[in-house]
Design a binder for this molecule. Structure first.
Ligand code: NDP
Length: 300
């Protein structure tokens, strides 16, 4: 690039950074206040059972983070760290006992589960009122009927960030890239419930860039570094990058990146979440929020 081109390139205003880390800290503060009030009223803390099967290092980090942040906001966590050889029947029996344990308001089973255990069977075994991940078919159905109880944490975090930046989302065109049960589908449903015009794009979609370029709101949840570039982004759009990918840089250092080419996108988008520090912290904060919600609903 010539010096002049570089100068012009650098003069283009960068997208506003959506600081998920700061927003999540604020949300945790609100949950801490609510949890303190709950404890005063009931004589006990809201309780979160955290179930981890096996030794997956990433899952161990997630579980530790969730339990540490729970403690910080006054939520009691009850860890159940099970051997990788644990069978489905044993796990289902544990969930049944947690369903009947009055000190437990929320049950989190860290996914993925080892091969041989049916995720669907485990999710369906969790009492819907304690399903703080919002994955039980009852809660999925309630969300699609527009009567949500427990909303999956990552899409909920995205929605809160969008409403904070954009206010009323009615009439905005939203494109969600990815259609998983834990992110893409509930995200599209939440945006529809918020009166957006919603398109979901996935691995079989044609003309992905063209679809994405229509979006006022673009949410990307795929798991492919750099999948979304300038050609996917309408100037001024709000872009949320859910992807978490570990890559090696030129120096051989490992680092986390999202699905969006951050440097390129920040020259076109109106606002953009970073990775890390965007959606990740919001996911954990929303888990704590859901646990408090479950505790309040169970003691009504
Ligand atoms: P899944 O693998 O379950 O789903 C990925 C989706 O992306 C699928 O619907 C798939 O389509 C679609 N896809 C794959 N390739 C393409 C492509 N080339 N173009 C368009 N769509 C494509 O992933 P998750 O939804 O569980 O997670 C997505 C990402 O978000 C991951 O990086 C994960 O680590 C991250 N994540 C981050 C969280 C956070 O807190 N920040 C929480 C949860 C996940 P198809 O259905 O056709 O196969």
């Amino acid at each position: 690039m010539s010096d002049l081109a570089t100068e012009i390139h650098q003069a283009v205003p960068a997208a506003e950074l959506i600081d998920g880390k700061a927003f999540a800290a604020q949300l945790r503060g609100e949950v801490a206040e609510g949890a303190a009030g709950f404890s005063r009223d009931t004589g006990r803390q809201p309780g979160l059972a955290v179930v981890l099967v096996g030794n997956d290092p990433a899952s161990q980090v997630y579980v530790r983070t969730k339990m540490r942040q729970a403690a910080e906001v006054g939520i009691a966590s009850f860890p159940h760290l099970l051997d990788a050889n644990t069978g489905e029947a044993e796990l289902l029996a544990l969930i049944d006992s947690l369903n009947h344990d009055d000190s437990v308001d929320g049950i989190l089973v860290q996914l993925p589960l080892p091969a041989g255990i049916s995720e669907a069977a485990v999710i369906e075994a969790i009492a819907p009122a304690k399903d703080v991940d919002g994955f039980h078919p009852y809660n999925v159905g309630r969300l699609s009927a527009g009567q949500p109880v427990m909303v999956p944490c990552t899409p909920l975090g995205c929605l809160l960030l969008l409403q904070d930046r954009l206010g009323d989302l009615s009439g905005l065109k939203a494109v969600v890239v990815g259609r998983s049960n834990i992110v893409g589908k509930p995200m599209a449903q939440l945006l529809l419930n918020a009166n957006c015009t919603v398109t979901t794009v996935h691995s079989r979609s044609r003309n992905m860039a063209e679809e994405c370029r229509q979006a006022d709101i673009l949410v990307v949840a795929v798991g492919r570094p750099g999948l979304v570039g300038v050609e996917h982004i309408k100037p001024g759009a709000t872009v949320l990058d859910v992807g978490i990918n570990r890559v090696e840089d030129e120096q051989g250092q490992s680092r986390l990146v999202g699905d969006v080419d951050f440097a390129a996108a920040s020259r076109v988008a109106g606002a953009l979440t970073p990775v890390p520090g965007g959606i990740g912290p919001m996911t954990v904060a929303c888990l704590l929020r859901n646990t408090l919600t479950a505790a309040r609903q169970r003691t009504r």
